[in-house]
Design a protein around this ligand. Sequence first.
Ligand code: AMP
Length: 216
Amino acid sequence: MSFENLGLAPALLSAVQEAGFTTPTAVQAAAIPQALAGHDLMVSSQTGSGKTAAFMLPALHRIAQHPANKGVGVQVLVLTPTRELALQVATACETYSKQLPGVGVVAVYGGAPMGPQLKALRQGAQILVATPGRLCDHLRRDEKLLATVQRLVLDEADEMLKLGFMDDLEVIFEALPESRQTVLFSATLPASIRGIAERHLKQPKHVKIAAKTQTV
Ligand code: AMP
């Protein structure tokens, strides 16, 4: 399996090559074609499996195919449990979108002032990476913030629930269009996560990756 077989746009293939990736990881090989086909996904995979590229590359592929003008609003929302992961995902997104001019990413998270985050959002990023609590603060100021989202990613969903974000997640689901694609990544799949999948995912495909196939 090579990245060329996955159906990704040339601009993404060269970004992946520049990042030094030669072969897709197991989660990338399994999840990228399913995500490109438009399915909702429930993926059990660990940190270190290459999961960030597994959800970010298909999301960027869609933006590359329909070059979004600035100002159309947020198209991709990635929720993460922590500020650290939000920043890490936003950095990965910048790496993979290097050759997609006009594509912007904004990270919003707690423990930092709202002002610069509001300013960055107003500048029209298509990709928003957020922790649930701070995103709800932004939603209280602008209830239409998520009205244009086409793709939702829940990254480390089990960690988000452990940190008590269940209620915030429900508020966020309410603010999202029904017609979106939803991709859920979680290291474990307890009943609470399966409940979210039942309520908020549409006929999800399940992708399960054995722990031994991790990158270093
Ligand atoms: P993640 O599980 O997304 O946190 O990724 C773990 C690490 O693996 C990151 O440092 C990535 O840059 C790296 N990585 C992701 N995909 C690949 C790949 N296909 N080949 C080599 N390294 C990768």
